[in-house]
Structure formats: structure tokens, C-alpha cells
Design a protein around this ligand. Structure first.
Ligand code: TRP
Length: 367
């Protein structure tokens, strides 16, 4: 689903490419051809485009049944993010132990102008934007540099998108917002429509993909970006395991509640009948795999009912169900890795402790 603040200007696209300093270019690319009538207060009214609907109860049932029947048992992490899950994750981002969000935000604040300078005029397309708090630094810088900026935000949470769009149009008059409800895997098809673009993939969400998923992801990105298009990647870096483990085991117990949330959802949507108090959150750093592994440990044996499939899965006392991985990166290796998919690093930013990295990548010309 998409809220359009007005339609993208497609026509200027091909003639715009490669001529970022020509003022006519700016006029064609950035000034919308059709202006949607203004609402009181100056902001333009939201419109909607839908890529996919929320996963059905049956799809949830099937994926849960498959994951819980696998070895080791696991659950797809996208089911963590229902309305309550998204709100819990926002809360995680504000925890004192969870440094990634504020570290990335500080990096973006410090280098937003430099980024706008390097990319020139582009449409900003954000994947998995959530509440888009960090994006404000970029919108401020692009707004100042370009007069008119188009921001396209894609997320599974309709509530988060609506909130973010509302805040953005009030705070950044130069920005028009298009909000897309969908999974980021479905968003690749939009890149061509919004080229020249800067795709934002922040919050180290790339770290939540396993090896195979990651290959598919970068292959699709490379396929759908036009040569010259940009990709801004935020990644959590390898560091002291204690710092990492603290970030995923906060004292207030919000991370634990976030992990339990998927089981709460199973109770609600699948009639699973689980005793949530007997499910523990476990987050450990696996140094060989450079990743945090987040699991739920069943303190007691429980029978998980999956009502839509009329089936039950027995989980024994002490068994674990993996709910998320969060890979940590080394900049040099990552730069080599993305180069395999035709993406060149144009700029690399980090914080003084080198805890988090922001990489500006650019799709190379076809050779
Ligand atoms: N994308 C987040 C990350 O990798 C996900 C996350 C943060 C998470 N804390 C969590 C997932 C706690 C489950 C439990 O950092």
C-alpha cells in the first residue's frame, strides 16, 4: 500500500541521468508535474498503494508449522513485527544497551550533507523504514540542497508508515512522501520507477538475512538498480561480544518481551495455547559466525496447537526455537562482498568507536 503525496515524475528520468548539476535537470526531475491539493496547514494529503497484504492466518500457520518441524527449530523473523512487535522494537531502539540506532543516527546526522553532495538529486527510497526517525537527518540535508525531495518509504507496518508520513510532511515542507505497505523483498520493482535514486537500508537489517537470503537480496538489488543509482547501507560491526550481548539482553526485559511476542501472536492467531511465562529469551554471540543468535527456550515441555492446520507440535523441556539472527560485519569484507554484485563503495562512515558503519554504494556501469 502506498500513500502518495503526489505521483512520481517518470518522464524526466532517462534524460536526467548523469547530469546532476544542470538546473533544468533539477526542474524536470524534482518538481512534480501534478500537485495534489493541499490540506489545511500546507501538507499534501496522503494516498495509498499496496504491494501486498498482511500475511494470512493460514500462511502464518504453515510457516510456523514448517519452522517448528525443522532442525533446529526456528520461526521466520518477519512474524515478530505485528503492531505490538513494531512498537516493542521502537522501544528497543531507545534502550541504553541498544547502541545501533543512536550510533547510526549520529553518523547520519554528521554526514547527511556530504551524502547529498555526492549523490546529487535523487529520490530517497527506504526499505523497512519503520518510524523513519533516523531518516530525518537525510531529509533535512536533501531538503536544504534540493528544494524539493521525494521520499518513498516501504514497510510492512501500516501504522508505522502513517505516523512517519504525518511527521515528515509537517517537519519537512520540501519533502513529498509516498508510503508503500509491503515487504522489502517486494520493493525491488520500485527502484526503476524512482531512478535516479538512493535506496536506504538502515538499522543493520541486512544482518537479519542468512547467507542464502543475503545472496538473493544483493542479486535483486543489483538487477533492479540502474547504473549510477546509490544504495545506503547501515551495518552493525563486529566488536566486543559483551557489548553485543548486552544490546540483545537489556535489563528492562524489552528484548525478551519482543521474542515472546511471536508466541503471543501464535496464541492469538493459531490458538497455540502456549504458557508464555515458561518461554525464555536467549541471545548469544556466535563468534565463529559473527552473529547474535536469538532464540526462545522452552522451560517446560509444551504442545503447540496450530488450529488452522488441525495439528499439534510437541516441544520438549529445554528445547530452543531460533527467532532471529543478527549478523555483525567487518567493513573490508563487506565491501568485497557487495563488489561481487556490481556495487562499488563510494564513501564509508563510522563512529569514533567504530561500532557501526554506514556505506554509500553505487551501482557500477555495465561492463
Ligand atoms: N534488527 C534488529 C537487530 O538485528 C532486531 C533485534 C534487535 C531483535 N533486538 C532484538 C530481535 C531482540 C529479537 C530480539 O539488531
Amino acid at each position: 500500500m502506498v500513500w502518495h503525496y503526489d505521483g512520481p515524475s517518470r518522464r524526466g528520468r532517462s534524460s536526467c541521468r548523469g547530469r546532476p548539476s544542470n538546473p533544468r535537470w533539477l526542474a524536470r526531475c524534482l518538481i512534480p508535474r501534478t500537485l495534489v491539493p493541499s490540506r489545511p496547514g500546507g501538507a499534501t494529503a496522503p494516498q495509498i498503494e499496496r504491494l501486498s497484504s498482511a500475511p494470512s492466518r493460514l500462511e502464518f500457520a504453515r510457516d510456523v508449522a514448517a519452522g517448528l518441524s525443522d532442525v533446529p527449530r526456528w520461526l521466520p523473523s518477519r512474524f515478530l513485527y505485528d503492531a505490538r512487535g513494531s512498537a516493542l522494537f521502537e522501544e528497543i531502539c531507545r534502550l541504553p544497551e541498544y547502541y545501533p540506532t543512536r550510533t547510526e543516527s549520529a553518523i547520519l546526522a554528521a554526514h547527511a550533507e556530504a551524502l547529498a553532495e555526492i549523490t546529487g538529486p535523487v529520490t530517497l527510497v527506504e526499505l523497512g523504514s519503520g518510524s523513519a526517525v533516523k531518516t530525518h537527518h537525510l531529509l533535512r540535508a536533501y531538503g536544504a540542497a534540493l528544494h524539493r525531495v521525494h521520499y518513498v518509504s516501504i514497510d510492512v507496518s501500516e501504522a508505522a508508515l502513517a505516523d512517519a508520513a504525518e511527521r515528515i510532511v509537517t517537519q519537512h515542507p520540501a519533502v513529498r512522501v509516498t508510503s508503500v505497505v509491503g515487504r522489502y523483498e517486494e520493493a525491488f520493482q520500485l527502484f526503476g520507477r524512482y531512478s535516479p535514486c538512493l535506496v536506504l537500508f538502515l538499522g543493520s537489517t541486512i544482518g537479519n538475512l542468512n547467507h542464502a537470503e543475503s545472496m538473493v537480496f544483493w542479486d535483486r538489488v543489483a538487477e533492479h538498480l540502474a547504473p549510477g543509482d546509490f544504495f545506503l547501507l547501515g551495518v552493525d560491526l563486529v566488536k566486543d561480544p559483551q557489548v553485543l550481548e548486552r544490546a540483545y539482553n537489556d535489563a528492562a526485559g524489552v528484548s525478551a518481551e519482543f521474542t515472546r511476542n511471536v508466541f503471543r501472536r501464535m496464541n492469538r492467531e493459531l490458538d497455540a495455547g502456549l504458557d508464555l511465562d515458561a518461554i525464555e529469551h536467549v541471545a548469544r554471540y556466535n563468534a565463529a559466525w559473527q552473529r547474535i543468535e536469538i532464540s526462545a527456550r522452552f522451560r517446560n515441555g509444551q504442545a503447540v496447537r496450530i488450529a488452522p492446520l488441525e495439528t499439534t507440535i510437541d516441544i520438549g523441556a529445554g528445547e530452543m526455537v531460533m527467532t532471529e539472527i543478527s549478523r555483525k560485519f567487518e567493513v573490508r569484507r563487506l565491501v568485497n562482498y557487495v563488489a561481487c554484485f556490481g556495487l562499488a563503495a563510494r564513501a564509508i562512515y563510522t563512529d569514533p568507536r567504530r561500532w557501526f558503519g554506514v556505506l554509500l554504494l553505487q551501482r557500477k556501469e555495465e561492463s
